[in-house]
Every structure is written in C-alpha cells, then in structure tokens.
Design a protein around this ligand. Structure first.
Ligand SMILES: [Zn+2]
Length: 363
C-alpha cells in the first residue's frame, strides 16, 4: 500500500513540473506569496556543494515564462502592511528570494543569475563575518574534522561525554554531522569553548581567516552587486541563536548588525532575519529590538506561505515572524510550492490536528 502511495506521489510530483500544466497551476496559486531561503551555491572550483546555478536559472526562467510576480522584500513589506489591497489577493502567485549568511559565492555565482532574470533578491549578512572578525562556526567544525589525522573523539558538552570512532571518511562524516547537530542549540560562549576543545583534541589549529570556500562576500562586492539590484538585510553580527543569548548580547547583535549594514550600503532593507529561524530561536524580546532599529518585518524558517489570498492586514507579531520555504533543489517540489500546492498539504495536516505555524499570534 505504502509503495503504491509513494509511486503515485512520485508520479504526481513529476507531472507537476510539466510545462503543459503550468497555466493551470498558476491559477491555483493566485494571491499566494512564497518566500524562499537559499544558502550556498555549487562551486566545483572551491569544492562547495550547494544550490545548482543551472537549476536556479531554469526556475527563474519558469517563473518569468509563466508570469509569476517576482517580489522584492520591499514589495513584500508594502503588500503585507496593506493587507493585500492594490491587487494582492487576485493577482498571479508572488515569489520572493532570500539568501542567508553572506558567503562570497553569492556575488560570484548567484547575483548575476538573479540579475539576468531581473529578479529581486535579498542577501542577509552576518556583519562580523564580512568584517573579518570571525568565520561561521559550522565551517570551523567542518574544517577541524577535515584536517585532523585522528580517528576518534571524546566530545564533551556541558556535563555530557560522547565517544566517536571512525575508519572511513563516511564514518567521519557521520561523527561530524552528529557533532554539528549537538552544537546547534547551545549559547555561543559554550559553543566556542567546545570548538576550542575540539581543536586541541584534533591537534588542528583553526586559521584566523576562512579558506576561500568558506569566505564572506566583501563590502565592496556588496556595493557592486547592489548595482545589479540586490538588496541586503541584517542577520546579526556573529550568528548566535538570539533566544539563548543574554539581554545585552541579544540587543547588541541586532543593533550592531543593523548599524554596520547601513554604514556600508544604501541598498539595505528594513527586514531582519533571525539566525536558525525556528520559532524557539526568537520571541517578543527579539521582535521589539528589531522594531526599535526601524525594521518593519522579520523572517523565520517556518515553512509556510508569507501571505494568502484575501489576507487581512497582519499584526506586528505576524510581520516579525514571516515564514519562508527552504529552496527546493528539484523542479517538481519548486513548482509544488510556488503554485500553492504545499498549502493543500498543510490544510490536510491541520485537519489532522498538526501544528505548522509558530505560537506567535497578532496582539
Ligand atoms: Zn543564517
């Protein structure tokens, strides 16, 4: 039975990408807004594995060919503040693109592709990363695993101790994956101390600057790509999970990242992006701090449409917890989201008592 379901699901997904269905699918998605989150882009020269530039080009061509609306985050904020007046509800489905963290590959690979299709895109930058003060913690952990000669690890975190042993690169990757997962939901100071311990145990020093594969976009490239139409948003200074940080650190991460971004470019948007972005990674405190910095919306990684047809004006808390879809790396899933079919699935999920949205509701 489940094999049959999986077969029909696969067939349905394949059909979804078919050109002949595109006009009907676009009608189905009228009035919906999908915001996508992207991260790294594949760069064989540097060994970076990420989104395929050719597929991105294909998807942008698809959206253009079938007359989807391509929104900038400024359009998104304006439409959401207006509650869809001015043609929001009845129009073709709208799509917006965001790229998180601020890697160099964005300028080299992605920005020219978005420009080619005249498609707005916003890069969310970790400002301390661009300022050369740090490289992102998951890249440092990956670097340590890649360069160590050791084949075992006793990983200590808090009061817990865990032993790993590997003899193949596959087993080493599994250990690395598990360590990365365990390091995600802890406050930054403890994480830094743990990474320092890892470095000692592996007998590998983390260089002060990242290797080219993990390097940030420079502020000069920010200004250069701004001329292509790219806009930029703040994504904190050091990429901590804000809800785990102290009051002072949380405020500084938000204020300083907004300040640095506005100092370096005029092409900034008043939209904040929470690191990690799960509902538990931010709350009222973070919403208020971003509002104090003049932000008019903020983005999460909760998977849902940011606006639906007949939407009423959204409350402040909803605007500061806008959902996004992870960018699907295949066409059927991509079409599934932009044409609104992911919504049907979510309705079914809700009917069965599931909860997909964060606990935040408008006040
Ligand atoms: Zn991020």
């Amino acid at each position: 039975m489940s094999a049959t379901l999986s077969l029909s699901r696969r067939f349905l997904l394949r059909v979804m990408g078919a050109e002949i269905l595109a006009p009907a699918l676009r009608t189905l998605g009228r009035g919906l807004l999908s915001i996508f989150t992207l991260h790294r882009f594949t760069d064989p020269d540097l060994g970076v594995v990420g989104h395929d530039p050719a597929l991105l080009r294909y998807h942008l061509a698809y959206l253009r060919r079938h007359h989807y609306r391509l929104f900038s985050l400024t359009d998104v904020v304006r439409q959401i503040e207006n509650g869809g007046t001015g043609g929001w509800g009845g129009g073709a489905p709208a799509v917006a693109f965001t790229v998180d963290d601020g890697y160099a590959g964005f300028a080299r690979i992605a920005a020219p592709i978005f420009a080619e299709y005249d498609c707005p895109v916003t890069l969310f930058v970790t400002t301390g990363f661009l300022d050369g003060q740090l490289w992102l913690w998951w890249d440092r952990v990956t670097y340590l695993f890649k360069h160590t000669q050791r084949s075992s690890l006793v990983f200590r975190l808090g009061g817990e101790e865990r032993a790993y042993r590997w003899s193949t690169s596959g087993e080493r990757d599994e250990a690395q994956h598990d360590v990365l997962r365990r390091l995600e939901w802890i406050d930054a100071p403890l994480r830094e101390a743990t990474i320092a311990g890892l470095s000692r145990q592996f007998d590998v020093e983390v260089p002060a600057s990242p290797p080219p594969a993990c390097a940030p976009i420079s502020w000069d490239e920010v200004r250069r790509t701004a001329k292509l139409g790219v806009t930029f948003g703040p994504h904190t200074v050091t990429h901590p999970i804000l809800s785990l940080a102290s009051e002072d650190v949380c405020r500084w991460e938000i204020e300083e990242s907004c300040r640095r971004l506005r100092q370096e470019t005029d092409a900034w948007v008043p939209v904040f992006c929470y690191p990690n972005g799960e509902p538990r990674s931010f709350g009222q405190r973070e919403v208020e701090a971003t509002q104090r910095m003049g932000c008019r919306a903020a983005l999460t990684t909760v998977r849902d449409y940011a606006a639906a047809r007949h939407a009423r004006p959204q409350g402040a808390l909803e605007r500061f917890a806008l959902p996004r879809f992870p960018y699907p790396d295949d066409t059927p899933h991509f079409v599934n989201v932009v044409a609104g079919l992911a919504r049907l699935k979510q309705r079914l999920h809700r009917l069965h008592g599931g909860v997909l949205r964060p606990g935040l509701t408008s006040a």
